[in-house]
Design a protein around this ligand. Structure first.
Ligand SMILES: Nc1ncnc2c1ncn2[C@@H]1O[C@H](COP(=O)(O)OP(=O)(O)OP(=O)(O)O)[C@@H](O)[C@H]1O
Ligand SMILES: [Mg+2]
Length: 317
């Protein structure tokens, strides 16, 4: 049986048709079902108070830089009133932050801190779901990631974004065309998005210029100094009464290690110190921590000796 409401709809002028289509319950249901069938291209992470930016130990000024990046969103009404800023930047709610630096320096943790500060969840894009070997699908998935972040009112999170956003590389022609199409779609979506995007990378030099132009703040996460390493040790050993160690001297010994390394050192030492069947006897000692520091440093040295010059390429199937 013909659906009279749809026939009617087809004869309406375009704008009215769009409006009527929106109201049509059958089409609305179909649209909803279609959306639900489409694959997820990311993971929604709810931020909680443990993610607050206050819990991050960063070089002076870095936290302020992050907050400055977010300030433009908080004061957008005033910016509009005083500067009519929407004429210069139509997407008033948009802010793109790039956190770059060595592994384990707290970039991912800081992205959660940003989401928590804004009272929003984080939509972490899953590249294995975004990048497809089928022509056109990657571009569709990129659009979907932005759609999902908008739907959830989430901060869009491109962790290790260089795997998506690195510079043009010379490949065979069809592959290069598809890479550039995907890049264009990504740039368009970034331009349209009315929210906060956080991207992180260890390989900042690989970003292309079109992207760099769109980023509000590039924030460097450097390895911690001795006093920060001491704070990181204290942070990751949450029961000081059970810690029989001189954190100041351990911090000196852990030169070159990151917050992520210190997390692992503390976890390993906690496990080593919790072997007794009686939890009342569990303690972390100087020796346990020192042993883990030495292991972490040895592993790092070995790794840096073995490092090859391999680099990632954007949008590979
Ligand atoms: N600056 C920091 N302040 C507090 N904790 C930190 C900091 N840096 C690292 N950590 C600890 O190390 C863990 C791992 O850090 P995180 O994953 O954020 O590092 P990353 O910079 O994203 O590393 P990668 O580049 O390898 O992805 C954090 O969850 C936290 O426990
Ligand atoms: Mg990370």
């Amino acid at each position: 049986m013909p659906d009279s409401s749809i026939q009617e709809l087809e004869e309406l002028p375009p704008d009215a048709a769009v409006a009527a289509d929106h109201r049509n319950p059958r089409r609305r249901q179909n649209r909803q079902a279609q959306r639900e069938e489409e694959p997820e291209v990311g993971i929604l992470v709810n931020s909680d108070p443990s993610h607050d930016l206050a819990g991050l130990i960063l070089h002076p000024g870095v936290k302020q830089q992050i907050l400055d990046g977010l300030r433009s969103i908080r004061i957008r009404d005033q910016l509009e009133e005083v500067w009519s800023i929407s004429r210069l930047q139509p997407q008033l709610g948009r802010c793109i932050l790039n956190f770059y630096g060595a592994p384990g320096t707290g970039k991912t943790r800081a992205a959660l801190g940003v989401a928590h500060r804004l009272g929003q969840p984080l939509y972490q894009v899953d590249y294995s779901a975004v990048i497809s070997k089928y022509l056109g699908d990657t571009a569709k998935h990129i659009k979907r990631a932005f759609e999902r972040a908008t739907h959830h009112g989430a901060v869009l999170f491109l962790d290790e974004a260089d795997s998506l956003l690195s510079k043009r590389v010379s490949l065979d022609e069809s592959c290069a065309t598809s890479i550039n199409q995907n890049r264009n779609v990504l740039m368009q979506e970034l331009d349209r998005f009315e929210g906060v995007v956080v991207m992180t990378t260890n390989l900042f030099g690989n970003y292309d210029d079109a992207l760099l132009r769109r980023v509000q703040q590039h924030i460097e996460f450097r390895l911690p100094d001795a006093s920060m390493r001491r704070e990181l040790l204290a942070l990751h050993l949450p029961n000081p009464e059970r810690v029989k160690a001189n954190l100041r001297s351990l911090a000196e010994q852990s030169r070159g290690l990151s917050g992520g390394d210190i997390l692992n050192i503390c976890l390993n030492a906690i496990h080593a110190g919790s072997r007794d069947p009686d939890p009342a006897k569990w303690v972390v000692t100087q020796e346990m921590l020192l042993r883990e520091i030495k292991r972490a440093k040895a592993a790092k040295e070995k790794h840096s000796g073995r490092k090859t010059c391999g680099r990632r390429i954007g949008f590979r199937a």
